[in-house]
Design a protein around this ligand. Sequence first.
Ligand SMILES: CSCC[C@H](NC=O)C(=O)N[C@@H](Cc1ccccc1)C(=O)O
Length: 637
Amino acid sequence: QIVTPNRPVTDPRSLISPINPNARPVPLDDLAVSRGIRDAVFSADGRRIFISTNLTGRFNIWRIDASGSWPVQLTQSDDVQEGLAVSPDGATLYFMQDKGGDEIHDLLAVPTSGGEPRNLTKTDNIDEQSPVVSPNGRSIAFVSKREEDPYSDIALLDVASGAVRQLTHESEEGVRWGVVAWNEAGRSLIAIRESAKTMDSSVWKIDVASGRAVAVAQKQGVQFSAAGASADGRIVAASTNEGSGQTRAALLDATTGKWRWLKRTPWEQTATDVTPDGTTMIVRTNEDGRSSLSAVDMASGAERPLPLPPGRNGTIGAKAFSPDSRHMLATHAGADTPTELYVVDLQTDAEPRKITHLAMASVDATSLPKSEVVTFRSFDGTLVSAIVTMPANLKRDGNNPAVVLPHGGPTGQAQDGFNRNAAALASRGYVTIAPNFRGSTGYGSAFQNANRMDLGGGDLKDVVAAKRFLVDSGYVDPNRVGITGESYGGFMALMAIGRTPEEFAAAVQSYGINDWFALWKGSEPFLQQYQKGLLGDPVNNADVYKASSPLTYLNRAKAPLLSLQGANDPRVPRNQAEIVASRLQSQGNVVETIFYPDEGHGFTKREHQTDALKRTIEWFDRYLKPIKNSASPVIAR
Ligand SMILES: CSCC[C@H](NC=O)C(=O)N[C@@H](Cc1ccccc1)C(=O)O
């Protein structure tokens, strides 16, 4: 049994389908057309906000007045544009862009008044990401990774000449650097160095002139991160999992090494941002998938909760603040509330101002199903939490269909925000459950590491325990439960139909892993290190790779499978889905595979998002819902 934050176990019979005369299936086109946000920043004078959003079906950059206005489109492209950063003189907006989801980004610049974007890097085999502009506007710090390297570095771009200087010189496989903030009026940078293999991370201060890097917080087996520093660079807004294994935020005195902790909580607490004046640290507390924000005075340590409604709350972008440090951009979402952008006043308790209206009018809290966080004991007694989205107007008669939604990563977490699949399914009568199986983040390092060398073992048993929790509620028919997920969630769906063929009656997997060894051979070197961290060395641990691969169990699969796959996916390439399809076809199983052109790891183009959502719902309707006028399900089991 793995120790996680103590919380009460939920009685499955306490789940209740509410009576709601307004409840109706949310139109799938309306759900798919409801826009998302990838990034947002204030302009240099604080009067405007730049947002990367897909109003047109493509993630381009739009400009609005900070007081609220009709959005003006600044850039257009079929490719995703994000990583926004504004020059201090307010004239230029920097951003990053890849090609068809290939994850090899360039840095670009566009005049904030509009005009032709200029490609600043133009490198086909170097990924340049996450620009952060120096206080004098002359340099841009960014993360740079050559395609063939198993590590990434920080580099500086001289804005006037376009010359690039490498600031760090990493040599350890699987290590990547990240820029946190410019410090000491531009003389130094605060940076993070993290290992994809061990997940250790450390905080560094880098002298910009000499490139000399000094560790501010570093220890083997420990994660340290930082969000920024006070104006004099002395107090660092930091987080660490040292000791308990659970992440805690603190104010770290970089000169004495002394940590000043916030009030204790068993839940994951992370320093996410520091205001430009260096006085206030923003902290996000993630209580079992529900996150809240607070502002902490960096001199006194006094903490003040920010008045966002319960749900999934966070800051957005590398620079979430107005230049006067008074206002902050935050996102809020809930099961019945699609993600929107808010301006929070850090000096008053005024209600945050919603400045986007991204959702269609029909995607609205009066008709959308609600969620609740539940906890159950898994096979070995370990506490596992999950987000249940419950349809309205169900009878507790054990006849309803359900779908389990495992998340990606595996180092990730299902959170109590807006989930398109959950909203579409639950508004059509499916009970959904998104379990935080072992391997998830948010419950401490012992839980996070508990599926290493055992992918699709104990974590799959947690997923099956989530299904049984729903069945024990009395609402769900155990023979009408499906499973769907993306990436690692797709892997879970494949593993589930192969290893536990009696449990799931239909599956939809999106860009999931089928064969870890084949994936490792074709992966770029940095991802190879992440995989080594999860499964060990592929040659010495060939048996672990085999035992953890769905391919090993597909001969036992019975459930009809729909696979959705980006044709350009650089993380889980299309041949993973092709091999699943040919194996299942040769066995006579029902299998259908759809490839989306110009898409990488995740579908970003509206027509593909719409198609994927519609096919997913149709698949489950076909295989999990009873034939009209008949009591038996469509598939013979
Ligand atoms: C430090 S690299 C992290 C990779 C990332 N994991 C996040 O938790 C990721 O891309 N995971 C994929 C699954 C995957 C795992 C290993 C190799 C390729 C893909 C995901 O999105 O679930």
